[in-house]
Write a protein that binds this ligand. Structure first.
Ligand code: MG
Ligand code: MG
Ligand code: MG
Length: 320
């Protein structure tokens, strides 16, 4: 049985393309693997796969008895529920070190760069494995997505170099134009329920025993989120929080304005807001029953990265 190369829950473009790209890498090294994903592609990823004529990885939700390579995460909360019944072989990731463990030695490539596909490009060079034009185009898109067109504070020189190299292989000359096309596809909110939008790019974190769920929508303009939709999203966050979470956050990022609006429902609004230095200038009192204490929204200037500008500050606040 082939080992699975598996991205995180609520897969984004990096996690889906990383599964395909790491599969190419491992196969090039003679390792028998198969790409997998914990869900179907979101609109941005669907655009990328179609643009570069790639097939979405098979959807896998149970991994008991399987061998696994993880891409784009190392947190148990983002792995399948029966992860502990699988055998971990390796990790390629660019997030904080998570809490997965293994029974035997694992091959790990973890670097503080902007995108897992940057590491996978570097590894192709290291192992001398070829990347074809379409895969290179998709990997380039993953880098443009994760680094928000190189504007995110997570972006490094290594990401820019990898993107340039991949653009050459893919025959892409205008990276900004490709990136904008992709973010326009990502900004398509039509036909999605408020719940779909919250969970489109959503991660749960265990912060000192508190379950904190954080979704992010990166949009070409926050005007796409009408006041009515915003109210619906807040209503839905109250429900999401009530499903066993201390806090449910939705970060609405304006990639052109380079800042984010935060919607949240939390047991401790002050703690979350304090951690993020958020001035709660727009307070919305919420009477949503016993679990929903208060829902708020506020603007976070300059905040574009959940991994670098949201999660670490919350982790720290919950440790204290
Ligand atoms: Mg990801
Ligand atoms: Mg990533
Ligand atoms: Mg992202």
């Amino acid at each position: 049985m082939s080992a699975l190369v598996l991205g995180h829950k609520n897969p984004d473009t990096d996690s889906i393309v990383a599964a395909l790209a790491a599969t190419n890498l491992y196969r090039g090294r003679g390792i028998d693997v198969k790409a997998a994903a914990q869900g179907t592609p979101a609109p941005e990823t669907a655009f990328v796969l179609e643009r570069f004529q790639l097939t979405a990885p098979e959807v896998v939700t149970s991994v008991a008895g399987q061998e696994l390579y993880l891409v784009d995460y190392s947190d148990l909360a983002q792995a399948p529920a029966d992860f502990k019944e699988a055998k971990l072989l390796g990790i390629i990731d660019h997030h904080k070190l998570g809490d997965v463990t293994s029974d035997s030695p694992v091959e790990c490539y973890i670097q503080p760069v902007g995108c897992s596909n940057t590491i996978i490009k570097t590894l192709h060079d290291y192992y001398g494995v070829k990347i074809d034009a379409n895969l290179a185009g998709a990997m380039l898109c993953a880098i443009l997505s994760d680094t928000v067109l190189f504007k995110s504070p997570t972006c490094t020189e290594q990401d820019k170099k990898a993107a340039e190299d991949l653009a050459k292989i893919a025959g892409v000359t205008d990276l900004q134009a490709l990136g904008m096309e992709m973010f326009k596809a990502k900004s398509n909110l039509a036909g999605a329920t408020p719940r779909d939008l919250i969970f489109r790019d959503f991660k749960d974190f265990d912060m000192s025993g508190h379950k904190i769920g954080i979704g992010q929508l990166e949009l070409v303009s926050l005007d796409l989120v009408t006041p009515e939709l915003k109210a619906q999203l807040l209503d839905e966050l109250v429900k999401v929080k009530a499903e066993g979470r201390h806090s449910a956050l939705l970060v609405l990022t304006d990639i052109m304005e380079e800042g984010s609006e935060l919607l949240m429902c939390s047991d401790d609004v002050d703690k979350v807001a304090g951690a993020l230095n958020a001035k709660l200038s727009v307070n919305m009192n919420y009477d949503g029953g016993p679990v929903a204490k208060l829902s708020v929204r506020t603007w976070l200037p300059g905040v574009m990265s959940r991994k670098k500008q949201v999660v670490p500050f919350l982790e720290q606040a919950f440790k204290a």
